[in-house]
Structures are given as C-alpha cells and as structure tokens.
Design a binder for this molecule. Structure first.
Ligand code: 9MR
Length: 502
C-alpha cells in the first residue's frame, strides 16, 4: 500500500470510513468517489506543501463548491482564492447595495477545511461595476470611493483573510503604469493609498500587489520591482508581490526563480497567485508531459525561494478554467482534467514538493488517474449474535485494477470471524479485506465480491469520529458509508443494505 506522507493511508482515517486502497505493485486508488481515488493512493498537495513550509492553493468558483469539486478543493489545497466573488462588481453591483454571498461562501468553505484565503482583488481596472466606471467623479471623490470600498471589504473579513491582492495589474507590458481609471484620475499615489487603507482595515492581513507577465525578469517585472522598492523606502505597508503565472506550455521563464528571489531580497514575500499553463487542444501525451515539467519548474521556483509563501492554481480543473473562453483553441491548462482526474501536471507539482511515488509519466504503472469504484455492502443474514455480509467492489475506472483492498471500521464491537474470496482481517475496530490471489484483477467496469461472517452484541452507538480527524476532514475522508443506518449497527432485517456509497 502506498503510504500517505504522514504514514497512514488516508482512505481509512474516518472511524466509519470505508475506502479502497491499492495493494501490491500496482497501486490503484479506489474509493467511493473519484476524489477519494486520488486521496487513497496518491499524493496530497496541501500536506506536501505544508511540509515545505508553503501552501498550495486554488482559485474556485463559489457556486461549484459541492460534490467532487468541493472534495478535491478541500482535500488537496490549503489556500483558496475566489475567482470572481470578491471583485468590486460582484460585491457592490449597485452603489451601496452589497452582495457578499459568493465571497462568504468561499470564506466559510475555507474555514471549514482549514484553508488560508487569498482575497482577490480590491483595486483593479477590470470587473468594476457600471455605476463606478460610468460616474463622473472628482479625484477626491474617486479616492474616497476606493478607500471606502477597501475599508468595507477588508473590514468584513478581518482576521479571516491571510493575503489580499490589494492592487491588481497596475502595469503595462513595458513597465509603465497602466492608464486605468485609478491611475488616470489619481496618479500613482492610488497604490500607496490603497495599501494604507487595507492595512488600517486588517492589520494582520498580508498586503500584495499582483500582476501577470512579471514572472520572469523583464521590463514589466522591473516596473513592479522599482515600485516595491520605492513603496518600501516610503514606509508604505507592502508585504508581498504576487506573480500570476498565466503561462504558455514550454515557456516557463528561465529567470523565474531569480526574479522571485530579487523581490524577496527587497524584504517582501512572494507568491505565484494564478498559475495555469495553456496548450493547443487537443492535448497530446507529449504536451501533457511538457506541462508536468512546467508545473514542476514553477513549483520548484517557489520551493527554492524561502520567502515564497506558496502557489495558487487558477482553477484546479480544466472544467473551471478561463482559458478556453479567452484563447481560441487553447485549454487543458490546469492540473486536473474536466472529469476531475489528476493529470501529469498534478504529479509534477507533487514531485516538486517532495513526493517520491510514481505517477504521471508514460509507462508509470500507477496511479492511473482514471480510476474509481463503487462498493456495495449487504448483510445477507443476521441473528442474535452474528451476521453474514457480502461486499461487491466495482471498478468504474477505464483501466484494470491489479490488487485491491477495502478498509472500514466497525465501531461498536462487531468482529469478523471468517471471510471468503478475500483475506479479511481485523485489528481493533479496523477491518481490511485484501484480494485473494485469484481475484486481484478487476477489469474496467468489472466487479468482484467477497463475504464474511461476524459477531455483534450489545449497544450499537453511532460510529465516533477518529481522533485523527482533529482538523476538519476533507469530504473524501468522511464516512463514505454508514454502517447499518444511523446507529452504526448492521441492519436488523436480512437483506437490508448496511450502507451505500455517499
Ligand atoms: O478567472 C476569472 C474569469 O472567470 C473572469 O471572467 C475574468 C474576467 O477578467 O477574470 C478571471 O480572473 C483573472 C484574475 O482576476 C486576474 N488575473 C487574470 C485572470 C484571468 O483573466
């Protein structure tokens, strides 16, 4: 079994969790949900990043934060950025009328999953409400509107947002200031004013400037560098610089690490804030392999710079990426495909963060990202002190599985006495069923069944949570199944379903 970085398989962490984990040389993560598949056998980016003293983050769409999308966001990432929900047009579509629903949803999700939040973004030239861009304001009025907006939004989330992108994309490609609404009316001082207002509203949040095409050295990066240097010299509160990282396949700037380091040397933190790496569709194996190398190179740059706080991908799945809408014929820019299967890029990130398993290269035996399973558990007969159960495991992935395990907990004293068609063992509450030699292989779409006898008696309280779930468990680790309905006992009537996939 492939150990979780912490030394335990994640699939069996929850007290009543039933997960499938791989066994033998061919390690295939099977679980009741596709995200569990990645969890059971593969790397966990947030844990790997944390071990490096970094975070790994993702941008999300608040309205999609349920099901598998939420499972992956909450289990793989420990920082979150709302893709659009904190932008001015989202939070104040008409003057004085606020809508915090999307922003609140992201912050609440983050708190429930022990994630940092990158607030994005307070002062930008884009996605501003029409009432603001269409108004005719004096410089004083506009400055007050800007600082009031910052005070309101940063104040609302005070203490809940780790990093704010206070000013977004202030530069032209040649390193001069962008002629935005803000710059043309207020001049460059709008940046210092914005930072001061943000500091006053939340003294603990780290305040960032953020831009694209500043990832490597060059004129635009020089513009940002000179600005940060001058803000620091004036004592303006600036804590960090975000490098968006909207990159093209095969074009990670060779100067990226040196560029991050020179900003760090100015005395600010740095972060890669919106990483995606686009390619011409359809994606070929060679392109996906290059993308893996590219994701690895960007993550390597962050790992190598101690003041790099972390990396955020701009959407973790190709189904939630802005690229196809904006770049004709381009896409496949994120680490998961549209079906939420990890791509080679995901393994490139993991390897950069110290993971040493196999994955994502041609010829790697595992983990085939197109794995998944359903598990059915039925008590076929039951009497005063005993029961017989049957378990069916179906491989819903597109590749055969060679070697499997099913693991679950019996929290209320049930004991397995003998099994067939699998080696069923129990240690305390934990039960593990491993394939027999003759049913190790489950073809794509195929199933195997095994059974066992067990004993039970006495009270049957609801399964407790494992103490190891002190931080809120990602959904994929929560009980995928429930034993015998709400009280955790095998069902009373022969033939009842003891549990079903969540
Ligand atoms: O991902 C965002 C997309 O859904 C919006 O349509 C778009 C509008 O400009 O903004 C996208 O996010 C941008 C981010 O806020 C700032 N950097 C560039 C990102 C991609 O456009």
């Amino acid at each position: 079994m492939k150990p979780h970085p912490s030394g335990r398989p994640r699939g069996i962490r929850g007290a009543a969790a039933l997960g499938l984990a791989a066994a033998g040389a061919l390690l295939v993560g099977l679980a009741a949900t596709p995200s569990g598949a990645a969890d059971a056998a593969g790397p966990v980016l947030r844990d790997l990043a944390q071990a490096q003293g970094k975070y790994y983050g993702t941008a999300v769409t608040a309205s999609k934060l349920n099901g598998t999308y939420a499972d992956i966001a909450g289990s793989q990432f420990n920082s979150i950025t709302p893709g659009n929900e904190m932008k001015w047009e989202s939070v104040e579509p008409s003057r004085g009328t606020y809508n915090w629903s999307g922003a609140d949803a992201v912050v609440n999700f983050a708190q429930a999953h022990d994630m940092e939040v990158r607030g994005h973004t307070l002062v930008w030239h884009s996605q501003l409400p029409g009432w603001l861009t269409g108004g005719s304001w004096t410089a004083d009025q506009l400055r007050t509107l800007m600082t009031d907006h910052i005070t309101t939004e940063v104040g609302r989330y005070q203490g809940k947002i780790t990093h704010w992108d206070v000013v977004n994309e202030p530069f032209n490609e040649d390193g001069t200031f962008r002629q935005s609404l803000w710059y043309t009316k207020l001049g460059p001082s709008y940046i210092a004013d914005a930072l001061r207002a943000a500091r006053a509203a939340d003294p603990d949040a780290k305040l960032y400037l953020n831009d694209y095409n500043t990832d490597g050295t060059g004129a635009k990066s020089d513009g940002m560098y000179n600005l940060v240097k001058s803000l620091k010299a004036q004592g303006v509160p600036i804590d960090g610089v975000g490098f968006q990282g909207h990159l093209i396949l095969g074009q990670v700037p060779s100067t990226m690490k040196a560029n991050l380091q020179r900003f760090a040397d100015l005395g600010v933190d740095v972060a890669v804030t919106e990483l995606d790496i686009r390619m011409t569709l359809p994606a070929t194996d060679a392109e996906l392999a290059q993308q893996k190398a590219d994701y690895r190179a960007v993550t390597d740059a962050c790992v190598a710079v101690s003041r790099c706080r972390g990396v955020t991908v701009w959407g973790f799945t190709d189904s939630d990426s802005w690229i196809p809408d904006v770049f004709d014929g381009q896409g496949a820019a994120t680490p998961y495909d549209e079906g939420y299967r990890p791509k080679p890029a995901y393994y490139g990130i993991a390897e950069s963060l110290g993971w040493t398993g196999d994955g994502g290269d041609p010829g790697d035996p595992d983990p085939d990202p197109t794995t998944g399973c359903t598990v059915g558990y039925t008590v076929t007969s039951q009497w005063n002190t005993g029961f017989t159960a049957n378990v069916t495991v179906k491989n819903t992935g597109s590749s055969p599985v060679n070697g499997w395990q099913v693991a679950w907990a019996y929290p209320s004293g049930q004991r397995v006495t003998s099994g067939w068609n699998a080696t069923v063992t129990q240690s305390g509450a934990q039960v593990t069923a491993a394939n027999a030699p003759y049913n190790a292989t489950i073809g794509a779409g195929g199933s195997v069944s095994f059974g066992f006898n067990g004993t039970w008696s006495g009270a049957t309280p609801r399964p407790p949570r494992s103490p190891s779930t002190a931080r809120p468990a990602p959904r994929a680790e929560r009980p995928a199944v429930r034993l015998g309905g709400p009280d955790g006992t095998p069902p009373r009537r022969p033939g009842d379903r003891a549990w079903k996939s969540a």
